[in-house]
Design a protein around this ligand. Sequence first.
Ligand SMILES: NC(=O)c1ccc[n+]([C@@H]2O[C@H](COP(=O)([O-])OP(=O)(O)OC[C@H]3O[C@@H](n4cnc5c(N)ncnc54)[C@H](OP(=O)(O)O)[C@@H]3O)[C@@H](O)[C@H]2O)c1
Length: 348
Amino acid sequence: MVKVSVVGASGYVGGELLRILSRHPDVELASLTSRQYAGEYVHKVHPNLKGVLNARFTGEDALTAASKADVVFLALPHKASVSVVPEIIKLGVKIVDMSADFRLKDPEQYKIWYGYEHPYPELLKKFVYGLPELHRDELRSASYVAVPGCMAASAIISSAPLYRYMSDQIVVDAKIGSSGAGGKPSLSTHYSERYGVIRPYKPAGHRHAAEIEQELSRLAGKGVVVGMSAHAVNIVRGILTTTHIFVGSEVTLQDLWKAYREFYRDEPFVRFMMDRTGLYRYPDPKVVVGSNFADVGFAYDSHSRRIVALGAIDNLMKGAAGTAVQSMNLMLGLDEKKGLDFPAIHPV
Ligand SMILES: NC(=O)c1ccc[n+]([C@@H]2O[C@H](COP(=O)([O-])OP(=O)(O)OC[C@H]3O[C@@H](n4cnc5c(N)ncnc54)[C@H](OP(=O)(O)O)[C@@H]3O)[C@@H](O)[C@H]2O)c1
C-alpha cells in the first residue's frame, strides 16, 4: 500500500482527493490536515464522505504530514506550497502540488503573471506539468508534479491536437462554476451575488493564459500568444472552454477529425463529443460532473477561417483532483485509471 497525506484536506480540492483516494485500492491515507477543523471528523466538512471515510483532520503542519507518507498532495493556496516544498523534498517524499507555484518553467513568468519573484527557480525544472495527455512518459519517472490550472487543463486538452494549425495568437473563452473559487467564502461567492450570474470576472489577463501559452507553444514549436477571458457562470461545478484559432487558410472537417483521432487514439479519459443529432452534440460540463472525463469537440467556421475547439471538464476532477490522482498513478507505475474509473452523474 502507498501511504498518502493530503495537506489542505478541508478545501474543495482536498475533499475531492479524499473522495477518490478513500476508494483507491492501493492507497492508505496517512494524515489529512486542516488548521480550522483539526480533530473534527472529515464528514463535518465533506458530508458526502459520511460512512465512506471514518477519519479526522489532523492539525499537523505540511512537513509532519508529509513525513508520514510516500506521496503528499498539497491542496493549498498559491504561495503556501512554495514555502513548504523545499523541506518536503529533503524528506524524499513524492509531491503532487495543486497550486500554481511550480507549473511554469520560466521563473520570469511568475513576475509577470503572479507578481512575485519565484524563491526557488532551480526547483521549477524538477516538477512535471501534470497533464497525462501531454506528459505521460515524464510523469512515469517523476517525483514532483505540478497539477495544471483547471481552465488551463480544459483549454490545453481540447486544443492540443490542433498544434499544427496554431496561429501566433489564439483566444480562449472560459466559463467556470462557483467551486472554482474554492471553499473560502467571499462577497463575490456569496449566494445573493453569485446566483444567476454570467460574470466576466477576468476578461483580460487571466493567469492560466501563461500555462496555456507554455504548453501550446511547446507543441506548436513556436511562440503562441493566448488572449484569455474568464466568466463566472451559474453552476457549481464545471468548465467550458471555447478556443478560437484563426488559421487563415482553408481546413476541412476531415483534417480536424484526423488531427484529434491521431492525438487522442488511446486516451482513457478523453471523449469526443461530436454528434449531428441529439441534445449533447458538443462538450457540455453538465455531463462530466463528478468524473475524470474531458470531453472535447470542434467546429470549423469557413467564413472567418477559424477553428473552434471546445472542452468540458469538472474543475474539481479533471481540472484538479482527478488529474492529480491520474498523475500519481503514473508516477507510482500503477494503472492510471485506478480509483478514477467511474462515470459522471446525470442529470445534475
Ligand atoms: N477549486 C478548483 O476548482 C481548483 C482547480 C484546480 C486547482 N485548484 C488549486 O488547488 C488549491 C486548493 O484549492 P481549493 O479550491 O481546494 O481551495 P480551498 O477550498 O480554499 O482550500 C484550501 C485549503 O488549504 C488550507 N490552507 C489555506 N491556507 C493554508 C496555509 N497557509 N497553510 C496550510 N493550509 C492552508 C485550508 O484549510 P484550513 O484553513 O482549515 O487549514 C483548505 O483546506 C489552490 O491552489 C487552487 O488554486 C483549485
